[in-house]
Each structure stands twice: as structure tokens, then as C-alpha cells.
Design a protein around this ligand. Sequence first.
Ligand code: NAD
Ligand code: GLY
Length: 362
Amino acid sequence: MSLHRLQVALGERSYPILVGPGLVQGTPELAELAAGRQVAIVTNERVNGLYGGPLRGALSGASACITVMLDEGEQHKDWASLNRVFDALLGAQFDRRCLIVALGGGVVGDTAGFAAATYQRGVDFVQVPTTLLAQVDSSVGGKTAINHPRGKNMIGAFHQPRLVLADTDTLASLPPRELSAGIAEMLKHGAIADPAYLDALEDDMARLRAGDPAALAAAVLRSCEIKAQVVGADERESGLRAILNFGHTFGHAIEAGAGYGQWLHGEAVGTGMVMAADLSHRLGLVDAAVPARLKASVAAAGLPTQGPNWAAERYVELMSVDKKASQGIPKFVLLRALGQAVVRTAPAELVHQTLRACSAAH
Ligand code: NAD
Ligand code: GLY
């Protein structure tokens, strides 16, 4: 399998995404960024055990290299983990020329990225995503954040990485549930931007779920292309970028309401997309075939298609904290066709109908 290189085009903040095998063992781009600098690898015990050794080998040109270990899981994307990074950086006397390298899934990437955005008013960082979800989505685009008990990703900053190394070999150690979670974000990219990609994902579903390296690498590449294009057009989400939140208004409510870590982010996005497609149909934007197809794709990916058994009012209260909400009124990313998304509010009665239709029976 070969190495592919994409560029996120953001003027002076542009950076490459490398997709391919063997990248945790090092690349010239990483060696150049690390040369002579203090480097902190932020990771967790599991990922460090798998890939920390080779990555440290790739950073031999650093003037110092420390490893900061975070606790595993969405419930640890919080102030305590962020502070652990700051404590380690300050304890090792890291200065503002230091480099942070995030090695892990989206939890590590978002937390380490936010630490990089704020340590001494901002330092460079590199993303080395090791989950499918992080390779196809969270490592690209510069959204960094921690959660607040009342809402997902509520405390954060835009801070672009200098380099993304998506080593597709690392996907071999992912459990099936985590592969499915990553497929949710891939289906999202197809649904909002590229119906032919959605077709290909549906055709390849068995190979993707089985961890077939070629199928996964092709999908990582296509998802990164789509994400890089959207981010390049609207870095700070003043408009277009909001489409990347398809399924997230409902999904974030499920994650926060169930308790972080109960539903994987990708699982909540999968069910959230089913809900958003259902609402699109109730608004007359698409015919019934669109939600039916998306529900079938989400189910085929091994993801849940029904939300928790909560009253609609509970969902609506949780959704009022979403970042797209305006003065507590939630907005939804909806489909007006496969491959075309729109952002808008919806009448409360239709939202309630969707929630009743798409959550487990009361
Ligand atoms: P995660 O970071 O919790 O990782 C999932 C699990 O896989 C963890 O237990 C982790 O230790 C383990 N793991 C990581 N790499 C592994 C490997 N190669 N082999 C075996 N196990 C491995 O979850 P995630 O799905 O990667 O990320 C979810 C997070 O990403 C959420 O917090 C979500 O909000 C965020 N996110 C951010 C953006 C963004 O634009 N910043 C986009 C999408 C999602
Ligand atoms: N995952 C949403 C975004 O990157 O904008």
C-alpha cells in the first residue's frame, strides 16, 4: 500500500496530511518539526504500549522528549486531563517553542490539541491519529476541545496542527466496535458531500468492518479529502463547515445525556444521522427513501439506529446546549438530497415526532 499526501489549504496555517502504512516509525516531515525542540507525546497507556516506542524512536532529534499519559475514555476529555498535560510541560520546563504530539484517538487528539492551543498562548502540535474515527475526522481541521458535564466540546479553541500522520497500520489493533464508530463519520462524509462515496462505503461495508487494510486506507483518504476541502473553505465554521456536524445535534445530546463514554461518539453520530435524515423527510426536504437508506447503512456498519428511551423534552433540553444553537434554540444539519446538506431550525412538533420515531419505545 502506498503513501498518500494531501494538503489542508489555509494560507500560512496550511499543513500536510500523510495517509499510509508505517508512519509512526517516522517521516522526514516529523523529524524536521521535532529537530532540536522539546517534544511531549500525549497519549494513553494502551496506545503508548502499541505505538509509543516506534514514535519515540522517530523523535530522536528532539532536545528532550517526555510522554504524558492520559486516562482512557471520553469521560476523561476534561479539565483534569488538560491539567495533567500542563503539569507535565511546566514540570519539564517546556518553553513556547515546544512541540506537542498527540498519539491516539479523538479524545487524546482533542485534549492535546487544546493544551497546544493554550499552553503559553499556543504552541505547535502534530496529530498522529490511531483510531479510524480520528484518522477520517478528528485529527483534521483544528477543532480542539474538552467536554463540560452539560455539553460536548463546550470548552475549546481552533488550533490547526502542523502535520497529520494517519498511519493505517495502526488500525489493525482496533476492536470492531471502534471500527464501526469510525465508519459512522465516513458515512457522514458521503451523506453530506459525495453520494458516490456513500455508494462505495455501502458496497465495501463487509471489508471495512473486517478491517481490510486496502478498503480502510481508501476510505481514510477520501474522507480526509472531503474534510480538508470543507475546512479549507471555512476554517472557523462561519457557514459551510457546519455541515460536518450532520448527526451531531442529536448525537451530542445522546452522548452528554447518557454520560460520556456510555455511547461512543461514532455510535451517537450514527443514530444522530438517522434522526437528522428522518427530520429532513418530515420537513419535506427529501423523500422517505433517504432516511430509510441511511438507517440501513448505519445498521450495516454495526451501529445503533435508535436513541435512548428518553422523553422528547429531555433530548430538546440537551440539544439547547449545542454550539449551533442560537439563544437555546437548536439548529439541525439536514439533507435536501444525498450529498447536499443545509443548516436550519425545525418546528418543535416535527422534532418531537422524529425523537419519538427514532428512540427506543417508552
Ligand atoms: P477515543 O479517542 O476514545 O479512542 C477509542 C478507543 O480506542 C480508546 O479506548 C483508545 O485508547 C483506543 N485506541 C486508540 N487507538 C487504538 C489502536 N490503534 N488500537 C487499539 N485501541 C486504540 O475515541 P475516538 O473515536 O477516536 O474519538 C472520539 C472523540 O473525537 C470524541 O471526543 C469526539 O468528540 C472527538 N471528535 C473530534 C472531532 C474534531 O474535529 N476535533 C471530530 C470528530 C470527533
Ligand atoms: N467534526 C466537525 C468539524 O470538524 O467541523
